[in-house]
Design a protein around this ligand. Structure first.
Ligand SMILES: Cc1cc2nc3c(=O)[nH]c(=O)nc-3n(C[C@H](O)[C@H](O)[C@H](O)COP(=O)(O)O)c2cc1C
Length: 172
């Protein structure tokens, strides 16, 4: 599929079926995550794939935005590995790195006929405690992935909202 067609057809899916993701597709999502560019290629992404009944129950107990998905990528940054700027005090590239990794997963999922939703409305520190995430890692986002429940899943009205170029872009 042409890239813009793929990007336009992706939407935030908020209703998934129980159908599991095939292992080959899961492997491709992991590959997409692996090849994402990161600051100085430090690869600080830590990806927890929640699939067990216990893990799915736990994540549902702290997040309302799992939408019935049976696979959830919980993406964290290893703060020991992330690039740290020598130009700007306190500036690190971890959140940028994780956003690119998640975007790769999101678009590869679409290419594979899967849907996703990017979720940050949950208590990250509770997720870290529940899943015994090491001290040096910060959970950034959740990404439920799976097959859409065709009867319920549809792009929200926000999917079509787009700011005008004149508001968004300035030539200097
Ligand atoms: C950083 C970020 C955080 C988001 N968090 C949530 C969330 O917690 N729950 C949710 O249902 N959607 C969440 N979304 C999805 C957005 O609401 C959605 O992308 C936006 O409304 C545009 O709709 P579309 O993805 O269907 O094009 C998030 C998206 C981004 C990029």
């Amino acid at each position: 599929m042409d890239f813009l067609e793929l990007a336009k057809s992706r939407y935030s899916c908020r209703a998934f079926t129980d159908r599991p993701i095939e292992d080959e597709k899961l492997a491709k999502l992991i590959e997409a995550a692996r090849i994402a560019p990161t600051g100085k290629n430090n690869q600080p992404q830590r990806i927890y794939i929640l699939k067990s009944e216990d893990a799915i129950e736990k994540i549902n107990s702290i997040c309302k935005c799992i939408f019935g998905a049976k696979t959830v990528f919980m993406i964290a940054v290893d703060t020991d590995r992330e690039w740290k700027s020598t130009y700007e005090e306190g500036f690190t590239s971890g959140i940028e790195d994780i956003s690119i990794v998640a975007t790769h997963i999101m678009l590869e999922a679409k290419e594979l006929g899967l849907e996703t939703c990017w979720v940050n409305a949950f208590p990250q520190s509770k997720a870290e405690a529940l899943f015994a995430i090491p001290e040096n890692e910060k959970v950034i986002l959740l990404m439920p992935v799976g097959y859409p429940d065709e009867a319920k899943a549809a792009p929200s009205p926000r999917h079509e909202e787009s700011r005008d170029d004149t508001e968004m872009i300035q030539l200097k």
